[in-house]
Design a protein around this ligand. Sequence first.
Ligand SMILES: Nc1ncnc2c1ncn2[C@@H]1O[C@H](COP(=O)(O)OP(=O)(O)OP(=O)(O)O)[C@@H](O)[C@H]1O
Length: 535
Amino acid sequence: MKLLSRLLKNAGSLNFILGASILAGIVATLLQVSIIGLGFVTFMTRLADFPWALLLVLAICAGIFRFEEQYLGHLVAFKILSKFRNLTYQKIMKLAPAKLDGQHSSDLLKLLVQDIEQIEIFYAHTLSPIVIAIIVSIIQVIGFWIVKPSLGVVALIAYLVMGMVLPLISSRTMKKSASELSQSELTNQRLMSEMVNGKFELQQYQAVNKQTDKINAATADYWQINQTKVAKQERQGILMQLVLVVSLLVFLLVALKTSSSFVAVLVFPFTFSRVLALASLPGSLSGGLLAAKNLFGLFDEQPEVTDQGEHQISEINQIDLHDTTFAYPSRPTDEVLSHVNLKIQQTERIGLIGKSGEGKSTIVKLIMRWYEAQSGTVQLNDINNEEIALNNQRSLINYVSQNAQIFATTIRENLVLRDNEIQDDRIWNVLKWVHLDEIIRNLPDQLDTEISDSKRTLSAGEIQRLELARALLNPSSLLVLDEPTSNLDVLNEAIILNAVKQYYHGTVVIVTHRMSTLAICDRVLRLNQGQLEPA
Ligand SMILES: Nc1ncnc2c1ncn2[C@@H]1O[C@H](COP(=O)(O)OP(=O)(O)OP(=O)(O)O)[C@@H](O)[C@H]1O
């Protein structure tokens, strides 16, 4: 119930469109039953006076209302998809980068694609049939009650058994199937994304067959669970048909015994259309609620850092970590940094070295305010960084990691991202600094060449230089390079370091294992057991 009310609250004004669709559905159904009733009445009394015109008008109205129900239902479905996807993206943006640090991308993908689709089916195609069935059934029961109270009672029991008792019983078993199916989908997606992302490693270590076997087993598992679910649905369908037949017989007997109008008996079978539709809903009902639970789980997550700072700074001219201690929230007792002190002056180039896992990247994540220190302070320009507006602070920092981020668009868009003010002249100039100008000029579409993770066109070293060009195009005060050259050859490393040295005029922090990368640094510090010391 809590989930349902939260879903309705999040749907906001879309509830009105859903309401209109429900209303149209109710009117259409009642018109349909009225047409059938009217037809039988006329047929059994005076065929010659058959009210063709009235029937035609009612039929046209029923068609229009039915169309409205479907149209508004689908409209709401599309709108809810886009609304929930937007809400999810906004939440992901708020949680990023810290909360997504280490998140499985296929889990997020499942949430964005499958779970939101389930919610759409639930909201637009499950909720309204339930409401329509309830209201239409109440009106029909009243109608039969007016004909004969005993007929009303039989109709009420029949609708209750078929529309509530049976779906509720099956929803219990369906809940388990829905959760197993959702888990199995997640496993399948994880395995597939591992297979695609790790294709080279799997080939290199001849582990493709093993991974394929795993995927086959997971797929077989998925089919098994799905078959069980379908079998359950079929069994319920048969049970529904049985109850329907029994209800019709009982209705007929009661009508004969109370010598009621035979028209009621003839109309009764046609009043089940909406109630019968509820039979197939428990699956989407439990699936939708489970998907809503997953989604609201994400919505409820709190970002690692708050955005309450009001200070605005135009540049970073000093960075100061004072007595800073930090442990990751997921491992709170495992101190990564212990009482670290570090002062970096404007335009200094600092190198951070140390054994793997010592916490070098953690230091830069604190400076970039992905996380907050447990004790001690991190200050920019003598202001505690939580007092500075988060967006302002992040806009002054460029972060280049060893895994270059390529967007599926043109080279130009990849370089300027959203800043369309940047002219091509400037782009070519910066490309020259990183020795990419000639390579890109030789491509048939030059800056308009489409690139993506799967269609790179450029080599790994060139992509890394493209990432640096993106950083150099964006005026900033601090450039953080986290293992920028670890995957590159000596030539690419030299190009990157030269470009940074000659053309980047702000402060630079380089995290690296390569001694050659430190050549451009003014000062090198070693991280050792949570403490910083001169190297
Ligand atoms: N998001 C995270 N959640 C929990 N622990 C983490 C997280 N990121 C890093 N760690 C842990 O914190 C420690 C320091 O990690 P960090 O990445 O800062 O080390 P590093 O010195 O940069 O290592 P490397 O040189 O291998 O990149 C490691 O033990 C690591 O496992």
